[in-house]
Design a protein around this ligand. Structure first.
Ligand code: BGC
Length: 380
């Protein structure tokens, strides 16, 4: 219904858009159901190539769409907001019929999304919700709150406060822990942190976990653009401030493998993992190959595996539904309020990976090979 409504109010703007780009491109003006895949283009906007998960996502979406005969305009924005805005603008003027966007800043693409809506180009938010805009049609992601719960649970399990089956562990603490969150402009960072903090709070309240720095608010522990170096620097600062009295740190909640590696480097530089200074339990996310090796080597405690192959598949299913003039099937229509509307979503489950899970979950499913895990490097 909203699509038809938008189609009506957007037609004048569409004419302008078409005029502005010489009367060519700018999608198919909405109805693509009678077109052949070869005449349809999907614009895929990914945030960065510094993290291998986004490279895998981009490649998987492209390859799946191309195998169905569609044309794909895949762009990476180098974690730079103006670049992403410009790339999405270009996708629209080059004739995208559907947009699949993993936003750097979930609120920064409003004008591009308005242009897309005016041209009746459906927009699918990929993994990261686009906020504060009515012009987002669908969302494909994982259960991001559960990612946070799983990360916090892995921290508790690693410390021995809880067993893998959820029962109470034999350890009692108190354990010194520090908390990290992702980029505040990424909606997911809040879901991860909320899930984690809801899980850790009882342990902080009963003092079996002590956040020695006192930094527990997301604003205090966030990491702009999910940068590894920023996390490393903050960990170094924490060690020289909150831990300069000889106290040891036992665990670190980290929301993403890249941050975990920065944190681990800071810890190693301070002697952790060496004689008499046990490496703290460090969590993660994304099953990046360098971190899977660290888990295999007993350095990083865990990661959360989100199968990007399945996410890419869902993005393709949703894109294809729009191209065929249908609405994609949601499995969640209440969780993801973007500030303007609840965006219908398709959410996938997540899986915690400890050392013992590497073979059954990652190697046996073909996500990584045994050689890649041993070397810590992805084969291209
Ligand atoms: C994704 C995570 C990823 C993070 C950093 C988030 O939006 O959901 O999988 O670790 O961005 O790239």
């Amino acid at each position: 219904m909203s699509r038809k409504f938008l189609a009506a109010v957007g037609s004048a703007a569409l004419a302008l858009t078409l005029a502005a780009c010489g009367g060519e491109g700018a999608g198919s003006g909405g109805d693509t159901s009678d077109k052949k895949p070869a005449d349809l283009t999907i614009g895929v906007s990914m945030p960065t190539q510094t993290s291998e998960r986004w490279i895998a996502d981009g490649n998987a979406v492209k390859q799946k769409l191309e195998s169905k005969g569609y044309k794909v305009d895949l762009q990476y924005a180098g974690d730079d907001i103006p670049t992403q805005s410009q790339q999405v603008d270009q996708m629209i003027t080059r004739g995208a019929d559907v947009l699949v966007i993993a936003a750097i800043d979930g609120t920064a693409l409003s004008s591009q999304l308005q242009t897309a809506a005016d041209a009746k180009i459906p927009v699918i938010a990929y993994d990261r919700l686009i906020r504060d805009s009515k012009n987002v049609d669908f969302y494909v992601s994982f259960d991001n709150y559960k990612v946070g719960v799983a990360q916090a649970t892995a921290l508790l399990v690693g410390l021995g406060l809880q067993n893998k089956d959820g029962s109470k562990g034999t350890a009692t603490g108190p354990f010194n822990v520090e908390l990290f969150a992702g980029s505040l402009d990424d909606n997911n960072a809040h879901f991860f942190y909320n899930g984690a903090m809801d899980t850790l709070k009882p342990y902080i309240d009963n003092k079996s976990l002590v956040v020695k720095s006192g930094q527990t608010k997301i604003e205090q522990v966030a990491t702009l653009r999910w940068q590894q170096e920023t996390a490393q620097k903050r960990m170094e600062d924490l060690l020289t401030s909150a831990y300069n009295d000889g106290a040891k740190i036992d665990g670190v909640l980290s929301p993403y493998d890249g941050l975990s590696r920065g944190i681990i480097t800071a810890l190693q530089n301070a002697g952790y993992g060496g004689a008499g200074k046990k490496m703290p339990v460090v969590t993660g996310q994304d099953a990046e190959i360098a971190s899977v090796k660290l888990i295999n080597d007993g350095v990083q405690g865990s990661t959360i595996f989100k199968d990007t192959r399945l996410l890419a598949e869902q993005a393709v299913v949703a894109a294809e539904a729009y191209l065929q003039g249908k609405e994609p099937q949601a499995n969640d229509v209440k969780t993801y309020d973007n500030g303007v509307k609840v965006v219908p979503s398709f959410l996938l489950p997540v899986q915690t990976v400890y050392k013992d899970d590497i073979k059954p979950v990652l190697i046996d499913s073909g996500y990584w090979s045994a050689e890649e895990v041993a070397s810590g490097q992805a084969k291209s």
